[in-house]
Ligand binder design. Structure first.
Ligand SMILES: NC(=O)c1ccc[n+]([C@@H]2O[C@H](COP(=O)([O-])OP(=O)(O)OC[C@H]3O[C@@H](n4cnc5c(N)ncnc54)[C@H](OP(=O)(O)O)[C@@H]3O)[C@@H](O)[C@H]2O)c1
Length: 239
């Protein structure tokens, strides 16, 4: 059995950064199933107690969707109340030129996997009227240095709007766009934000604002300083 609690929640990319902060925030109140590309024994100590874990590498979009559905079935869940498709990656591009490999990986991991997973998870979400949340980025409007990343997040925004109108109340769909956040993502991407990093939000605060936005089921929203300064990390609906 996966922990105890009221809602059955899946979070992808939950062994690090924002996803892990969200999992820690929700653990104890809800039953959690987390996923990532690292084997369980490498990250088990990081995960909240009682959370289940599925190995799902999103560089194979279809394979990752099948792994999620198989893992959910394997622990005996027949529904999901929330799916938070958070896993993502990026690569710093020199002069705005991404390598072919970086383009393919970024689009597969950030967008292709999200499309395949959303479609595969639909029946499980529909059973409980569960909410599907995509984690985009403020970069979806365009951002220097990360063109393929920005394109993948813009794609997620369009995907969320399309599914929201298609699935209606059966499965509410939303896309949340965090601003710069203190995680290891920038190091992994080969990008050094320098002194700007001091201005990045803490992942715990972003996770708190994200949880409230998920509970609200609103179609989209930005998770950034503007929201934080009006108390967004401490107010809002509780998931
Ligand atoms: N940090 C920011 O400033 C920021 C701003 C806007 C939006 N976001 C978005 O927020 C989400 C979380 O990012 P983060 O900052 O928390 O980054 P992070 O700390 O690097 O966490 C990203 C998660 O995604 C996983 N992941 C990466 N590639 C994967 C793959 N091929 N298959 C499965 N999982 C994979 C990572 O696993 P590994 O640990 O194995 O790498 C990790 O668990 C991402 O979608 C990101 O684009 C972040």
């Amino acid at each position: 059995m996966i922990g105890a609690g009221s809602r059955q929640i899946l979070i992808t990319g939950a062994n690090a950064g924002i996803g892990l902060a969200l999992a820690k925030k929700l653990s104890g109140r809800h039953r959690l199933l987390l996923s990532g590309r690292k084997p369980h024994d490498e990250i088990a100590d990081l995960l909240p107690q009682g959370a289940g874990y599925i190995l799902a590498d999103q560089s194979d979009p279809e394979g990752s969707a099948q792994a999620l559905v198989g893992g959910i079935d394997g622990i005996g869940w027949d529904r999901l109340d929330n799916a938070v498709l958070n896993a993502g990656t990026g690569f710093a591009a020199v002069d705005g030129i991404d390598s072919t490999d970086a383009i393919r990986q970024t689009l597969d991991i950030n967008l292709g996997a999200a499309i395949a997973q959303a479609q595969a998870l639909y029946p499980l979400l529909e059973k409980s009227g569960g909410t599907l949340t995509f984690i985009g980025s403020v970069a979806h409007k365009g951002s220097a240095m990360v063109p393929a990343y920005a394109a993948s997040k813009a794609g997620l925004h369009g995907l969320a709007r399309a599914l929201r109108s298609e699935w209606g109340r059966r499965v509410p769909v939303q896309v949340l766009h965090p601003g710069p956040t203190k995680t290891d993502m920038h190091d992994k991407a080969g990008y050094d934000p320098g002194r700007m990093r001091a201005l990045f939000l803490a992942s715990d605060d972003v996770a708190a604002m994200m949880a409230a936005a998920i509970a609200s089921r609103r179609s989209s929203g930005t998770i950034s300083w503007a929201r934080y300064l009006v108390g967004g990390a401490f107010t809002g609906r509780r998931l």
